[in-house]
Structure formats: C-alpha cells, structure tokens
Design a protein around this ligand. Structure first.
Ligand SMILES: Cc1ncc(COP(=O)(O)O)c(C=O)c1O
Length: 385
C-alpha cells in the first residue's frame, strides 16, 4: 500500500484498465458460464442495501424480513409452505449448509460419528469441499447410460454410516435431472436425509413445468426431500453472490446453531457470520419484477435457443452427447479431439468450457447468448467441420 492518498480519478482509471481485461457477458462469447449479467433493476436494489448485515439481524429487521420473504417465495415455487433457510453466497455454500445439517442431524438423532454422503458421479465439486470440511467420506454412486444417477448403484452403497444422499436437478455439465422421485422414495424408506442440488435448475424447472414442458418433479412435494439448493445468481438473474438453501423443517437449521453471544440474536446457523443483505433484497426485487410469467418467458427463450443450437449441431454432423433436458448442450466433433476442438474455438474468440463426463464441449445457454451469437458459433463450427 502506498503512503499517501491517491486521487479518485487516477484510481478509477487504473481499475477500469484492469476491468477491461475481463470478458464481458454482453459479447455473447462466454459459452460455459452458469452465471450471467444480472438484471439492471436487481443491481440497482443491490446497491441500496450494501451496508446491511444479516449476520446481526436484530439491527436489520427490515432486511431480515426481506430474506424471510424470499425464502418463503422460493419455497412456494418448490411446493413448500413456510419454508426456512437462507440466501447465501452461492450453490457451494448452500450445499455445505445442507450437508452440515444432515451430518449434525444424523449425529444427534442416530449417533453417527464417522458419516458418509452418497453423491452421483455427476455432482458438483462443492460436495467434495463439504465432505472435506465436515470430515465426511464421499461415496459416489455411478451413472446410468443416460448420465443420471443409477438408482440400483445408489441402493448398493447405502450403509449405516450414510448421513445424506444427494441428487441433482440440472447437472453442472449436462443440465440433466436425476430420477429424484425414485431417490426420494429410497431415502424416505431408509430414513436418510435427502438433499437436492437444484442450484442451476431451481429457477427454471418450476416455470418450464408450468408451461407444459415434460420435466420430472424434483421438489418438496416428494416426502423424502429435506433440503434444496436454488441459486438466484444463475437462472434467477440476481447479482453475484446469491445462492439459496431451503430446508423443509426448522430443526435442520437448529441442529447447526451455535451461540452468538455479542449479537442481537442468540444463535447463528449460517456458515458465514457477517453476510450481505443486498443479495436478499436484490433477489426479492427481481422475483417480484419478473413474477412467474417473466421467469417462464426467460426459461422458455433459453430452451428455444438450446433447441436451435442442438438442431444446428446435428444437421452439421456433430455428435451431441444427449438430448438437452435444460439449457445445456454438450457435443463433440466426430473426429477432432475435444481439447483440440476447444482450442480452435478459443482461437476464434469463444470462451469454451470442456465437460469431463463425457469429455465434450459444453455450452450453457444463458441469457447473454443471443440467437445472433449462436448463428456465428454455428458458422464457425461449420468452418471447422
Ligand atoms: C449443480 C451445481 N451445484 C452447485 C454449484 C456451485 O455454485 P456456486 O459456484 O454458486 O458456488 C454449481 C455451479 O455451477 C452447480 O452447477
């Protein structure tokens, strides 16, 4: 740090130069991100709440009410009245909270001390962080031929140490929905905590289902589901950071509570102490502003773009990994190796993401990728072919 204060203008110029090194969503070239540019109204509201701290909710009662309302509102979308939970920094923190609740619950009510969590091979790496922090062993359940959790493989790995089962509604690499109804039944019958990671799909599946899309049920209407991660900062168009963790029962928050002596509340269940109220306020604002109708329109548009890219790739002879269920398309060239294809696309200015399972180029059709960008992409892929 320098000794003397620096003029604002100079600082802003310096920051602006660094900011210019960033890629911009608006260029339509970022193909693999599950985040996108937040809606301007959500950003406006976010800035108004920058000083609020939900870590000390007695001081920010209004903002705490906003968080409660957002959680109830997301819970409502997921067939749960009186939902509880928190707006957190993202899917990672939401998943860590869910697994912590499951571990503590199993420790308290079943006496499990060296627990295991069962996750599908397609699970996001945040569960590896959760297991590491919470001293749990990860047991992976394999996938079926359609890249969804293999229910028989799952049954095989359940043990008396299992503290949680996880399934995904909108996998990170392929956007697929696990057979959540079947998994819920298994978890319920075995009295095991079941967490659904809908970080990506949570802000589109409910709307698409209402519009008549044939997508499976994944929410609290299934009795085995104990918690769901839903991220407003992905398909919800809220500013980063905004993740959501919704619990079926208050007791899942209670088993995580620690005393918080110097604050305005007696206990705290979240991982983070001081935490932004701005994320809750911005999410509240954008959910009101869009309503189900607005989100439905958005999700449908993303699906139409998905279909457009999918058909374009098939017409050219590219191998598409699976028929998209949500707005992700993963593909390969029949002969060119995936990394080489990714390099060729990068050379043409595309910011490409390579999926691991199966190895493929993965395009997440977010709001910043418009039809014109897709036409350009298909042109470039035609050249490469
Ligand atoms: C299914 C799923 N869960 C969790 C996460 C982690 O979310 P975040 O990056 O917001 O922590 C992601 C991120 O892409 C995801 O796709």
């Amino acid at each position: 740090m320098q000794d003397k204060p620096v003029d604002k203008k100079e600082i802003l110029e310096e920051l602006s130069k660094l900011h210019d090194l960033d890629h911009r969503y608006s260029d339509g070239r970022i193909l693999g991100s599950m985040c996108t540019e937040a809606h301007p109204f959500a950003k406006e509201v976010y800035c108004k709440f920058l000083d609020t701290n939900l870590g000390d909710p007695g001081l920010f009662k209004g903002t705490k009410n906003i968080e409660n309302e957002v959680i109830k509102s997301i819970g409502g979308l997921l067939s749960l009245d009186d939902a509880c939970g928190n707006i957190v920094t993202g899917g990672t923190e939401a998943n860590i909270m869910a697994i912590r609740a499951a571990r503590n619950h199993a420790r308290k009510y079943k006496g499990i001390v060296d627990g295991e969590i069962i996750i599908p091979e397609s699970a996001h790496f945040s569960f590896k962080k959760a297991a590491d922090m919470l001293n749990l062993k990860i047991v992976e359940a394999g996938l079926d031929e359609n890249y969804r959790i293999d229910v028989d493989a799952l049954k095989d790995v359940i043990s008396d140490k299992t503290v949680a089962i996880v399934a995904i509604a909108g996998t990170t690499e392929l956007g697929l929905i696990d057979p959540i109804e079947e998994v819920s039944k298994i978890a319920f019958e075995n009295n095991i905590y079941f967490h659904v990671d809908a970080a990506f799909g949570g802000f589109s599946i409910p709307f698409l289902r209402e519009m008549g899309y044939d997508l499976p049920v994944f929410d609290f209407s299934l009795p085995g589901v104990c918690s769901i991660t839903v991220d407003p900062h992905k398909m919800g168009l809220a500013p980063i950071p905004a993740g959501g963790i919704i619990f079926r029962k208050k007791e899942y928050l209670e088993v995580m509570a620690v005393d918080s002596p110097y604050l305005t509340v007696k206990t705290q269940s979240t991982i983070v102490g001081t935490r932004l109220g701005a994320s809750s306020a911005a999410t509240y604002a954008i959910m009101k502003y869009f309503g189900k109708e607005g989100y439905g329109k958005l999700a449908n548009e993303m699906m139409e773009n998905t279909e457009f890219l999918y058909n374009g790739l098939l017409e050219m002879g590219y191998d598409v990994v699976c028929k998209p269920e949500l707005n992700i398309v993963a593909f390969n060239h029949p002969e060119i190796e995936t990394n080489l294809l990714a390099e060729k696309l990068e050379d043409l200015g595309w910011k490409v993401s390579v999926a691991k399972c199966p190895k493929s180029i993965r395009v997440v059709l977010m709001n910043h990728i418009k039809r014109a960008h897709l036409k350009e992409l298909l042109e470039d892929l035609k050249e490469i072919y």
